[in-house]
Design a protein around this ligand. Structure first.
Ligand SMILES: Cc1cc2nc3c(=O)[nH]c(=O)nc-3n(C[C@H](O)[C@H](O)[C@H](O)COP(=O)(O)OP(=O)(O)OC[C@H]3O[C@@H](n4cnc5c(N)ncnc54)[C@H](O)[C@@H]3O)c2cc1C
Length: 352
């Protein structure tokens, strides 16, 4: 293992923001992961697990510990032993997520086609139960293999044991920071039908399809990428709107009573989606716009994407503090207007 010192972290993040890691190591095998854990444990050094850096805001001071970048590669595919219509993919935690999605749709395997174009690694996907356009990884994951930093042993979890819910799992809640995900097994449906729940996805497909053709998984994944690009939510060189960590705030799940409060704030019919008995999910983007923050809003070098209200962006040489100042302005305004506290989606690294 090559242990680097004072490694700048900004180039490892999609925000392009963040100070140095005191120590930095790339783990290309499970042995590397275990060795790095022992190294940090023996010295009492804090450890942070880095994937593709697409869901992080790293502080300007950086991280005073060991950053372990997961770089385990490899994809194997085999027919499921218990079902002729499923394939099991075993994917190294450091594989590029979108590359794996592309491989799966080319194999005509359904289950993650709507998650095309999301940056980051395969090992990062179970952490916040990545989701978009009507799919979440929770429904495709068969098993997660990980190194337990407390027990210093490899463990495996079934999907049921991962505690998946909207943008959450055991890996970012009860067991935050405890596991290094080294492999994720996906169970996908051979020749399965694509998931087509979202209107803007259906519209894009109609605009680009011949009337008689059946929609293939490859076409759906391509359409998802087009929709994402139109919103600045695809990593494209020189697109200033994608220097972000994706959505900065989660869509809040609120009670019917809180919806009444919104009506009292002067808005009669807020957009909402059912989220269980007596509860609805509200689009955070809508709340933010109603609170006075349009697309393209700027605060110094931090800003809101010109194509997606939920994405805070680095407009040039923004610091982490500038991004947080904008986030705080938005948080305070939404809370004052609607009484709703927005939750931050990206992981904050190196802040005291
Ligand atoms: C333009 C853009 C669009 C996005 N769109 C979406 C979207 O539609 N839906 C969505 O859900 N997310 C979206 N995201 C957020 C992000 O891409 C995902 O959350 C992604 O899965 C993060 O993976 P990563 O490898 O980059 O993780 P990182 O950002 O490196 O890390 C995120 C967290 O996961 C942990 N982690 C990462 N890898 C591992 C591992 N192997 N083992 C243990 N812990 C690990 C880290 O410690 C950290 O806590 C978007 C981001 C961007 C920039």
């Amino acid at each position: 293992m090559l242990m680097k010192e004072n490694q700048p972290l900004a180039p490892f993040t999609t925000f392009g923001i963040g100070g140095p890691a005191r120590w930095f190591v790339e783990a290309a095998s499970e042995d590397d992961v275990a060795e790095a854990a022992v190294w940090a444990g023996d010295r009492g050094i804090a450890m942070f697990v880095l994937g593709g850096g697409s869901n992080l805001l790293v502080s300007d001071a950086g991280f005073n510990g060991l950053v372990l970048q997961v770089a385990l590669r490899g994809i194997t595919a085999e027919a499921a032993v218990d079902s002729s219509c499923h394939k099991i993919y075993r994917v190294g935690g450091g594989e590029d997520w979108d590359g794996f999605v592309e491989r799966s749709v080319r194999d005509n395997c359904a289950g993650i086609e709507c998650l095309a174009g999301i940056p980051g690694t395969v090992g990062g996907t179970p952490v916040q139960n990545v989701g978009a356009y009507g799919q979440e990884v929770a429904s495709g994951i068969e098993r997660v293999r990980a190194f337990d930093l407390q027990q210093h042993a490899f463990v495996e979890f079934t999907a049921a044991e991962c505690g998946f819910a909207y943008r959450t799992s055991r890996f970012n809640s009860t067991d935050r920071g405890r596991y290094v995900v080294t492999r994720v097994d996906y169970r996908l449906t051979l020749d399965g039908a694509p998931t087509l729940r979202y209107a803007d996805l259906q519209r894009t497909l109609q605009d680009n399809r011949q009337e008689s053709a059946e929609t293939s998984l490859v076409e759906v994944a391509a359409a998802v990428r087009r929709v994402r690009q139109s919103k600045g939510m695809l990593m494209v060189n020189d697109d200033p709107d994608c220097r972000s960590a994706g959505s900065f705030f989660k869509n809040p799940v609120v009670s019917d009573d809180q919806v009444k409060r919104i009506a009292e704030a002067g808005v009669k019919d807020p957009p909402r989606f059912p989220a269980g008995p007596g509860q609805v999910k509200l689009p955070a983007a809508w709340l933010i716009e109603q609170a006075g923050f349009p697309k393209g809003y700027a605060l110094g070098a931090a800003g809101i994407s010109s194509r997606h209200t939920l994405a805070l962006i680095n407009r040039g040489n923004a610091t982490a503090d500038e991004i947080l100042a904008l986030a705080s302005q938005i948080f305070t305004a939404v809370e004052a207007k609607f009484g709703i506290s927005l939750d931050v989606e990206p992981v904050l690294v190196g802040f005291r």
